[in-house]
Write a protein that binds this ligand. Structure first.
Ligand code: MLT
Length: 320
């Protein structure tokens, strides 16, 4: 009898908690430094999702090791619906780069959905003596022992773009890792490092302010927001096509009622005019509704882990 009462009480409490969710602010981990592209995207999304959830969403930046420190923090967090993770293509590259990851990328997370696709751009400090990609390429090859390439560490999108670029132009440059491309951009604008490939959510404002030079877009087609900037592919890097997908994840075992409310809030957010227009300003593409769901994110992550694994292993570069 006592057991039945106890079980009933637990059931009632669980149902009450499910109904009240979210009863307190939700923490969303960004595995990169503040001020960078993933931080920018997360803050725009958090504003839209907290409107839908009628609850605050707090961004927590946990940068370093290409995002794997923050991802691990999220994987180990309490699965109660109050800790989420927003990250990107780096989720799919780190399993190949880190042979001793402390989490299981494909099994330690529940999925909420995709958020946005963000193109990248090849940019350089404003004092680089090159005003076109062709000029930059010949300058870079002539100075490859001196030039430094800023990035957010092994497992980051800027690192991935860097190794793809270096193999495409058959030249290696000195990699300078940061906890995110937010601080890397500060040093690029300051002239401490020479060039970087970074997401439009971080590059567009600096290009518009004339603080960095832009040489090309990493996607197969030009951006509507910057039609005069050619793609790397049309400037000789045949087939170069890289876009940074982004998704929201939760620790495995997060209660279904909470997941359902989070998916609904994400779907409201990606359709909201404020969210869409802010991303358009930053050259990013919100996903269609058909991608803002758990199934779509889960399938994408699995396919991307399979795609990038062999490419990365071929470089022979590992973090550990
Ligand atoms: C960031 O927000 O710093 C980026 O996502 C870093 C990267 O992956 O290049």
């Amino acid at each position: 009898m006592k057991r039945l009462v106890a079980a009933t009480l637990v059931l009632v409490a669980t149902c009450a908690a499910a109904q009240d969710y979210p009863a307190k602010p939700i923490n969303i981990i960004v595995p990169a430094a503040a001020g960078g592209p993933t931080d920018t995207l997360t803050r725009v999304l958090a504003a839209a999702m907290s409107d839908a959830l009628k609850q605050q969403m707090i961004v927590e930046n946990v940068g370093g090791a290409g995002g794997t420190i923050g991802i691990n923090r999220a994987a180990k967090a309490r699965a109660d619906g109050y800790t989420l993770l927003l990250y990107h293509i780096g989720m799919a590259t780190s399993p190949a780069l880190y042979r001793k990851l402390q989490y299981d990328t494909l099994n330690d997370f529940d999925y909420i959905g995709q958020v946005a696709d963000v193109p990248m751009m090849m940019i350089a400090k404003s004092t680089i003596p090159a005003n076109s990609f062709a000029e930059f390429l010949s300058y870079a090859k002539a100075n490859k022992d001196k030039l430094t390439y800023a990035n957010a560490g092994l497992g980051s999108a800027s690192y991935l773009c860097g190794i793809l670029f270096m193999s495409a132009v058959e030249a290696n440059f000195t990699m300078v890792p940061y906890k995110g491309t937010g601080p890397a951009m500060n040093d690029l604008v300051g002239g401490q490092v020479d060039f970087m490939c970074d997401q439009t959510t971080n590059t567009v404002p600096q290009i518009k302010a004339g603080k960095v030079k832009a040489y090309g877009v990493t996607t197969a087609s030009r951006l509507a927001s910057m039609p005069d900037l050619p793609t790397l592919a049309e400037q000789g890097l045949k087939g170069f096509d890289l876009v940074v997908w982004n998704g929201v994840f939760a620790p495995k075992g997060t209660p279904k009622p909470a997941l359902d409310k989070l998916v609904a809030a994400l779907q409201t957010a990606v359709q909201s005019p404020a969210f869409r227009s802010r991303l358009a300003e930053l050259g990013a593409e919100p996903v269609p509704l058909s991608k803002a769901n758990p199934g779509s994110l889960g399938a994408l992550l699995k396919a991307e882990v399979e795609k990038w694994g062999p490419i990365i292993r071929k470089t022979g570069v590992f973090a550990d």
